[in-house]
Design a binder for this molecule. Structure first.
Ligand code: PLP
Length: 399
């Protein structure tokens, strides 16, 4: 069995890392160059300018050679001081991990959200944030932290509504947003939504391998960083922003991932951001049609905030979602996302992000449907047929 490889390509249908397009893989195979040499500066400036278009910002975007978790830490440690209170909203597992990090860094997170599992089925309730901030007359809360696309549940929260809530309360707290799995798949507007720090990563909508992550930074966040006292060295924005002016970094950047980023930007901006978002929305809608036809439930309970990136599928009582995933992996060489945290064993996640198209979605749903049948899950009907019906009656938008 040692040399056994299943025929064909592996279906990597987890909600990130997403499949890396051949074009990006090829670009990353170019020889690594001197990161202090003359060619590098041009590459650096190209990616630093290009990435701003994806975040929809005119402000600096910092690129770290780190996974998203590193960029989470950078966002907190550059803007806050030991003992600061931060209001963090519980949307799911990733919001919970970010809160744990805040505790570990010596911050005082207040975790706000709907009780029990309900908060893991709905988006951020901006009115709860407004209410809490109104009660904070002394402005003890220094930052509001929310996850835009909660990858553990498949819920995409309304960030503009959070901004409105902070403004309505007349509160000076910074707004820090994690769109690690949302960027370049779901609409995101760093400047227009008044976000102070946006955190993102490479391995989702940007279609790159894991390994680089981002902080988009507002003027207000930069100002806050001057007096923020949390210890930081590697993550410190100051030297990076200074050296980035000429396209360089104070340390050795992840050169080959930056080659990949040039390619990803070309692909995404070439397709057009609005077309990319529309494609994701349409595929997500088709995926939900499939889930409905199977007679299963989508984890997200509010149609207003369905994620265009992934769909969480709840399995019926008595069927372990991870056992179903294992059946699908072993029989069809397809990886689906596991249930995380409170949802372990209760759901699996279908990723439909990055370069996903009609046929990759259909193959994915076929793998799910066959696997569900093999696992003995009683299905109400064919999800594959329902998704095909949706896709053939809802034309792809092209500009
Ligand atoms: N936040 C969200 C919403 C995520 O989806 C992830 C990873 O999946 C992370 C944070 C952590 O990022 P990383 O695993 O790249 O460190």
């Amino acid at each position: 069995k040692l040399n056994f490889h299943p025929a064909g390509r592996h279906f990597l249908q987890i909600p990130g890392p997403s499949p890396v397009p051949d074009r990006i893989l090829r670009a990353m195979s170019y020889p690594t160059i001197d990161h202090r040499g003359p060619e590098f500066g041009a590459l650096g400036l190209q990616v630093l300018e290009g990435i701003k278009k994806i975040f929809k910002t005119e402000q600096p975007v910092i690129i770290y050679p780190a996974s998203g978790t590193g960029a989470w830490e950078a966002a907190l440690s550059n803007t806050l001081s030991p003992g600061d209170t931060v209001l963090m909203y519980e949307t799911g597992h990733f919001a919970t991990l970010w809160k744990k990090m805040a505790e570990a860094l010596g911050l005082k997170p207040e975790f706000l959200g709907l009780p029990g599992i309900e908060g893991w089925r709905r988006g951020v309730q901006a009115d709860l944030i407004e209410e809490r901030l109104r009660a904070d007359k002394g402005h003890v809360i220094k930052a509001v932290c929310v996850v835009h696309n909660e990858t553990s549940t498949g819920v995409t929260s309304n960030i503009a509504a959070v901004r409105k809530a902070i403004d309505a309360a007349g509160h000076p707290a910074l707004l820090l947003v994690d769109t690690i799995s949302g960027l370049a798949s779901a609409d995101y507007q760093h400047d227009a939504w008044g976000v102070d720090v946006t955190v993102s990563g490479s391995q989702k909508g940007l279609m790159l391998p894991p390994g680089i992550s981002f902080n988009a930074v507002s003027k207000k966040a930069l100002e806050a960083s001057k007096s923020a006292k949390l210890p930081r060295a590697f993550w410190d924005w100051t030297d990076i922003i200074e050296m980035n002016k000429t396209g360089y970094w104070p340390y050795t950047p992840n050169t080959n991932l930056l080659y990949g980023l040039v390619e990803a930007l070309d692909m995404i901006l070439g397709e057009g951001l609005d077309n990319v978002f529309a494609r994701h929305k349409r595929l997500a809608a088709a995926c939900r049609e499939a889930v409905k036809a199977w007679g299963l439930e989508v984890q997200c309970a509010d149609p207003e905030v369905y994620s265009p990136v992934l769909t969480g599928v709840m399995t019926p009582e008595g069927f372990d979602a991870d056992a179903i995933r294992k059946t699908i992996y072993e029989n069809y060489d397809m990886s689906l996302g596991t249930g995380l945290g409170k949802l372990k064993g209760r759901m699996f996640r279908i990723g439909h992000l990055g370069e996903a198209n009609d046929l990759t979605l259909m193959a994915t749903l076929a793998g799910c449907e066959m696997g569900l049948k093999l696992a003995g899950v009683p299905l109400a009907g064919s999800g594959v047929a329902a998704a095909m019906q949706y896709l053939t009656t809802h034309k792809a938008r092209q500009q």
